[in-house]
Design a protein around this ligand. Structure first.
Ligand code: AMP
Ligand code: GLY
Length: 424
């Protein structure tokens, strides 16, 4: 099977590693990264030029395109390729509004009675109403820019000054068109988890539940980031919780999308807040999560290429899965100091050769020059380790982390600690 994978992050390195475990897969990657380049053939094209990507697929008999990040989906790449008759594992641009418009997602959940936080929406012309609403409301309160803002468009305000500042900032244009509308949401108590549903629009299977660590500092403090680490399976998602997620969230979401005329094919990421065993939706994403995927696919056993191919064709083959949770995995993200704000790049990474067998180091923001690997982004590597228990996988991951060095390295020390507490 010839597969083209779109993207260049740690998530795509994990997807690439899972795909090539399937039989007879020839993998191409656009644009890829130095880690992916070891297992796939890099395609030197501009992702934004959909016609070029489509021509490449035709010329190279591509059976399946897997799109990793949200931006190419939001730009309509899946639609362009599908209209050229190519199988694509990713939703259409309009179905991806579940992620690309917080307002679309909230109104959709309200319409189909899917559990989520109460909310109110305001556009730029209603700034005064938004400020009045905040002044009368309770704290904390959550303020979200409607559009894609690379994880930076959400503020949990603990008092009215913070809330007012967030509203002023979003409407000031600092988020571009993403901030033209805002959603003000009730703050939900509980613990977060992420679940990926692989779907052909009608049927779905879930992969092992994961927990991300979104904040930059230990103890879930400091700024929100793209994700500083993850582990899977997450004990907070018991089989009772999972049953509720399937029947109260995933099934009505897929049925609702069909009713809206927007059948959803691909990975539906459900970000949950779980309180006393009751899950509510924090957010949807229209793709696999990063860094959750690095952990989730490490414990996956089965024919991943067949799973995604069957979903893309509209005939989901659940028997492609042998086991969704073989052991435990912990992924610790090694970042550049200063991330998620300003940081320096271009430092040589050493120690990658001394990593043991049960550890995979996924590349994210790296660059190869003359056989040496250098830092090239905010999130640089995802050090991912397996173990028979969560505790063991966590210890293995941090042991490997201690062997990797680069200037300005930063990582959290408490990845998976919460999960270990939950398992006791
Ligand atoms: P989002 O991009 O919508 O996932 O929001 C980013 C992060 O903000 C989430 O992972 C949560 O930690 C937090 N968050 C968002 N919405 C809420 C909410 N309604 N209640 C509590 N925390 C929230
Ligand atoms: N890890 C959160 C995300 O992928 O959006």
């Amino acid at each position: 099977m010839n597969i083209l994978l779109i993207g260049s992050g740690g998530r795509e390195h994990a997807i690439a590693s899972a795909l090539i475990k399937s039989k007879n897969v020839h993998l191409f990657a656009l644009p890829g990264n130095p880690g992916i380049a070891k297992i796939a053939q890099i395609v030197p094209l501009n992702i934004k030029n959909h016609q070029d990507v489509s021509d490449f697929c035709a010329k190279n008999s591509i059976d399946l395109v897997v799109i990793g990040p949200e931006q190419p989906i939001a730009d309509g790449l899946s639609d362009s390729l599908r209209s050229a008759g190519i199988n694509v594992f990713a939703p259409s641009r309009l179905a991806a509004q579940l992620e690309t418009s917080k307002l679309f997602a909230k109104q959709f959940m309200q319409k189909y009675d899917i559990p989520t936080a109460r909310f109110c929406a305001f556009d730029k012309s209603q700034k005064q109403d938004a400020l009045d609403y905040i002044r009368k409301g309770e704290f904390p309160v959550v303020i979200k820019a409607d559009g894609l803002a690379a994880g930076k468009g959400v503020v949990v305000a603990t008092n009215s000054d913070e809330a007012i500042q967030a509203i002023e900032e979003m409407f000031s244009g600092s988020f571009g068109s993403a901030g033209e509308k805002i959603v003000v949401e009730e703050f939900m108590q509980g613990e977060e988890a992420s679940i990926f549903a692989i779907t052909d629009a009608n049927n779905f299977v879930t992969l092992a539940p994961a927990q991300d660590h979104k904040r930059i500092l230990d103890g879930d403090k400091g700024k929100n980031t793209g994700g500083m680490g993850a582990y899977s399976p997450a004990p907070i998602v018991t089989s009772e919780v999972l049953d509720k997620v399937k029947s109260l969230i995933i099934e009505p979401t897929l049925k609702g999308m069909i009713a809206e005329g927007l059948p959803y094919i691909g990975c539906l990421y459900v970000g949950l807040m779980i309180n006393n065993g009751n899950p509510k939706v924090v957010e949807y994403n229209c793709r696999f999560g990063d860094p959750e995927t690095q952990a989730v696919l490490s414990v996956f056993d089965g024919d991943f290429a067949e799973l995604l191919f069957s979903a893309a064709k509209g005939t989901l083959n659940a028997s492609a899965i042998k086991n969704i949770n073989q052991g435990f995995a912990t992924c610790v993200v090694l970042a550049s100091k200063g991330y998620p704000d300003k940081y320096e790049i271009g430092f040589e990474i050493t120690g990658l050769d001394s990593i043991s067998d049960n550890v995979i180091v996924y590349h994210a923001g790296t660059k190869e020059i003359d056989g040496k690997i250098f830092t090239n982004g905010g999130r640089v590597l995802g050090v991912t380790s397996l173990g028979a228990t969560l505790k063991e996988s966590r210890e293995n991951a941090y042991k490997a982390v201690s062997k990797i060095h680069f200037q300005n390295i930063y990582f959290r020390n408490d990845i998976a600690a919460k999960g270990i507490k939950n398992s006791n």
